[in-house]
Design a protein around this ligand. Structure first.
Ligand code: NAD
Ligand code: UGA
Length: 502
């Protein structure tokens, strides 16, 4: 808003600019402020709705950019406590990389999309507030390592209560334990100041790397509300927003607890498929079966479906592990031990798969990795994003360093984050953008991320530049293993017999 104010005040039609002398300012400031407020109100009234999002992260930024893009009649403001992040959203270098994001942000920014650090003002001005703050796993106290850390959420609820001057609809966008809406409502209504707050649950299902596509054409939008007349009225306001670009049959509504729980369960089911196929990959390696052939045969059953059955070094990302642990914690809280154990197994298999990957490297590279240069192809937790949160590459790099290997990391988008993730690790790690340069002199390449470019490299050239014997561990099964073997590599995919020259 300061930025907007400066724009108004420096408008020549107001006959002032901020270089004016102090005396002039003292006389005219109240008038100028009045005019400014009038204009601001007029500008805001010209929008059909004023929408705020608290939290300008991977979800808040793209989601609000899509609403602003599809609904020019609404004013959308995204606020965050992190001034650096907001400065990046207001710059040419956005804080996150997503295909198609830059175009829609640049088209809407300054028109009906605004990024700001003025959280309190945003709360005062907007009637619909999405909350998209982070909800990481708790690292302290009761539930440490399992439960969701709700401190950012709690703080936001208190801020909304304190600065609200009119009725609000509060939309849970963050992923939260079931019954959080109840806690939120209790905090919000505790001031007893006559202001009405209606809390809705509207979990986000976008996946990184395809965020814009997912937001533009989602499988479904889920809106949970209380079933009171007021709750249903608030729900309809949110339905109306999404109806601007999403077909009615894709907008589903439910009771608020089902909505909160569905988000955790959706992530648990997706991750479960990966752990299921990864557990089978271990068996395939022993039984000379091919996990891709098994996945194809199983997935062609329309009751199972073919997606999310790619065996890998393990799933990463900021949410799968934390959301499953959150689900496990909830089950334990409700004394459902068997259910908790069942879902915890998904995380355990994922840890097992990452460790198995390292032990296999160690085993086939003659039981020592000490002083060997090993190149990680990719560091992002998946392709088409620069995000490295919970990336299996972090685990693999740290374990390689423990084995005293010399690690070289290459990635088209994630090198900056990789440097942050491994900043405190004591060992030899280098970061090289060009994969040819990165792999030169290395004894092994380990594919960590399924970036398409890794399929198109000249592996003959790479082989010639590497130490011999040369190994490739394809943690994503994206390379042509037969061809690599013919070039001279010893090749170890996931869930298939290794191809070795020994
Ligand atoms: P993020 O860490 O990228 O962004 C959260 C932002 O909230 C940060 O910029 C932080 O500074 C800000 N914030 C924290 N407290 C604040 C406060 N009091 N006031 C203003 N800003 C505050 O997180 P994210 O990846 O966008 O995830 C947000 C939520 O969405 C999480 O609950 C996550 O589980 C869920 N989610 C994430 C994804 C994803 O792909 N990343 C997808 C679906 C759902
Ligand atoms: C996931 C869900 O797909 C989203 O619906 C959800 O909104 C989001 O989590 C969230 O709540 O944060 P995301 O983590 O961005 O999205 O990416 P995914 O495509 O789900 O991939 C997660 C991990 O699983 C990646 O490391 C990926 O490489 C791995 N994966 C995925 C596999 O190993 N095999 C597969 O078959 C699919």
């Amino acid at each position: 808003m300061i930025g907007v104010a400066v724009n108004f005040f420096s408008d020549s039609r107001y006959g002032i600019c901020y270089h004016s002398n102090v005396i002039w300012w003292r006389i005219n400031a109240p008038l100028a402020v009045q005019s400014f407020n009038k204009l601001r109100r007029k500008a805001e009234m010209s929008f059909e709705k004023n929408i705020l999002c608290i939290g300008a992260g991977y979800v808040g930024g793209p989601t609000m950019a899509m609403i602003a893009h599809k609904c020019p009649q609404y004013k959308v403001t995204v606020v965050d406590i992190d001034p650096e992040r907001i400065a990046q959203w207001n710059s040419d270098d956005l804080p996150i990389y997503e295909s198609g994001l830059e175009e829609i942000v640049k088209a809407a920014r300054g028109r009906n999309l605004f990024f700001s650090i003025e959280v309190e003002e945003g709360i005062r001005e907007c009637e619909i507030i999405f909350v998209s703050v982070n909800t990481p796993t708790k690292t302290f106290g009761a539930g440490a390592g399992m439960a969701a850390d709700l401190q950012y959420w709690d703080k936001t609820a208190r801020q909304i209560r304190k600065h609200s001057e009119s009725n609000k609809i509060i939309v849970e966008k963050s992923t939260l334990p079931v019954k959080t809406a109840q806690a939120m409502e209790r905090i919000l209504t505790s001031a007893d100041n006559g202001i009405r707050f209606d809390v809705l649950s509207n979990p986000e299902f976008l996946a990184e790397g395809t965020a814009i596509k997912d937001l533009e054409d989602p499988d479904r939008v889920l809106i949970g509300s209380t079933q009171t007349p007021e709750g249903l009225k608030a729900r309809d306001v949110l339905v109306e927003i999404y109806s601007n670009w999403i077909r009615a049959e894709r907008i589903i509504t439910s009771n608020i607890w089902s909505s909160e729980l569905s988000k955790l369960v959706a992530n648990a089911f997706l991750a479960q498929r990966i752990s299921s196929i990864n557990s089978i990959s271990a068996l395939c390696e022993k039984a000379d079966a091919d996990v891709e052939e098994v996945a194809r045969a199983v997935g062609m059953d329309s009751r199972v479906g073919s997606r999310f059955l790619n065996a890998s070094v393990g799933f990463g990302g900021s949410c799968f592990k934390k959301d499953i642990l959150n689900l496990v914690y909830l089950c334990r809280y409700y004394d459902l031990k068997e259910v908790a154990d069942y879902w915890e197994g998904v995380v355990k298999i994922n840890d097992y798969q990452k460790e198995r990957f390292i032990l296999n490297m160690l085993n086939v590279m003659f039981n020592t990795l000490a002083n060997k240069r090993i190149c990680l192809f990719g560091f992002a937790f998946k392709a088409d994003t620069g995000d490295t949160r919970e990336s299996p590459a972090i685990f693999v790099a740290k374990r390689l360093i423990e084995e005293k290997a010399r690690v070289v990391i290459t990635d088209p988008k994630a090198l900056k984050n990789a440097m942050k993730d491994l900043g405190n690790v004591d060992g030899e790690i280098s970061y090289v953008e060009d994969p040819y340069e990165a792999s030169a002199g290395c004894s092994a390449i380990a594919v960590m991320t399924e970036w398409a470019i890794y399929g198109d490299l000249d592996y003959k050239k790479i082989y010639l530049s590497m130490a011999k014997p040369a190994f490739i561990f394809d943690g994503r099964n994206i390379l042509d293993h037969e061809k690599l073997f013919e070039i001279g590599f010893n090749v170890f995919p996931i869930g298939k017999p290794g191809l070795t020259h020994f």
